[in-house]
Write a protein that binds this ligand. Sequence first.
Ligand code: PMP
Length: 304
Amino acid sequence: MLVSNVFSLIGDTPLLEIGIPVPNDSKIFAKLEFLNPGGSVKDRLGMSLIEAAIKRGDIDDKTTIIEPTAGNTGIGVALAAVKYQLTTILVVPEQFSIEKQMLMKALGAKIIHTPHELGMKGAIVKSKELAAEIKNAYVPNQFYNLDNPAAYEKTLGKEILKDLATQKIDAFVAGVGSGGTFVGTVKPLLKQYPKLKTVVVQPEGSILDNKPAHAHKTEGIGVEMVPPFFKDVRIDEIKTISDKDAFSYVALAAKKLGLFIGSSSGAALAASLKLAKTLPRKSNIVTIFPDSSERYLSKGIYKN
Ligand code: PMP
């Protein structure tokens, strides 16, 4: 395959049928989003946030992009900023993985840390402060920007329908950080399959089960507030997965499937297998593997 730039390789990732026994003779299919050039599902978002803003005239070639991010969105935004040669500042709470931060820097972005204890909220506040100080700044703000779910509605959701054109889809399972991946992807699926079971995955310590927030090791998912995008779709079930379960499926995926998946993918796999026990026989479950374990090696992802 001959390509003229790496940006054209974003999206159209493979959908893998998971080759381990699934309860009730069902099947689990996972979109291998770590195969995007920047290594995660958030390449789709980074490119889309920048291109939508350029189209609206919110960005010109002198604009500084400022974004609060746990890391993967930062890499996606920084990758898009390379394409359009834009200055980028990423505001990252300090607990997140060093590999992601190294990759953001390699792409030319500047990183500003906010204190761990202030969480993503602290990064959002700091981004707004910086934007007020810097002339011609643009904060995409993935947590509120409708370009976020729209990116996934246009690409990931439609791709899944195409990938499984010859098979029905009974359930969609995905982790939630901003909620953009879940909400955007599920919309076209619900249009084609109105009875689709929609299942959100969160780590223990995320607030969607109305329990108090606490720290967790599963990275990239978990929320401190209900994502504003949730009001746009029907959510049937919330599956809360412990760090222990998420990391045990990360280990299993490597040993049994030869897959290097991150902990949010491990949680998605754990949740999909749990869900399969409750669905009718021969159900088809679709999920997302957002990134790779390679970005968490320094955090001991295989030592848990
Ligand atoms: N998994 C990983 C590894 C992520 O980085 C993210 C984004 N923070 C997600 C899942 C969740 O994606 P979204 O923000 O679209 O809910």
